[in-house]
Unconditional design. Structure first.
Length: 153
């Protein structure tokens, strides 16, 4: 099969999943198309948010699509739509505390943490992970200081 043919098939499949997740968990938001981005290396996926970026969509790394079960892919969509929901609500839309709260509410299973550069853990059981130093938390939601671990990716 030519490259664009199988890519289109994957993109259609991903867009289907994207619409389902939006409908189920984020009824206030617009459903976004999803595509494979072969140049995505830093993250597993990323969202181009309507009103913030041109060409709104959710992009996936090909290896993620190939190696992860559907349940993980759904969680990754949930994660990306949380960024969008927070942006729409005028809240800090990075991996902020608001992100963690909404993620908790939606029972997000974190499938990104395996690739995070920074992992902070707390004795209360919470963890926070990010690839950006500026997104590190000064303390846990419970108020305690967190332990920081840095990984080589
Ligand atoms: Zn994210
Ligand atoms: Zn804590």
């Amino acid at each position: 099969m030519k490259k664009y043919v199988w890519m289109n098939k994957i993109n259609d499949q991903l867009t289907e999943i994207s619409k389902k997740i939006q409908k189920k968990y984020f009824p206030e938001l617009l459903p976004l198309p999803a595509t494979i981005n072969t140049r995505l290396h830093q993250t597993q996926a990323r969202i181009r948010i309507p009103g913030l970026h041109k060409n709104p969509k959710i992009e996936f790394r090909l290896s993620v699509y190939k190696s992860r079960p559907l349940s993980d892919i759904k969680e990754i969509f949930k994660h990306e739509y949380i960024h969008y929901q927070l942006y729409k609500d005028g809240k800090p839309y990075g991996h902020s505390r608001e992100f963690a709260k909404l993620a908790h509410k939606l029972r997000l299973k974190e499938c990104y943490q395996f690739e995070a550069k920074y992992i902070q853990t707390c004795t209360c059981g919470r963890s926070h992970w990010t690839n950006k130093r500026k997104e590190l938390w000064d303390k846990c939601i419970c108020g305690k200081k967190m332990k920081l671990r840095r990984r080589k990716l």
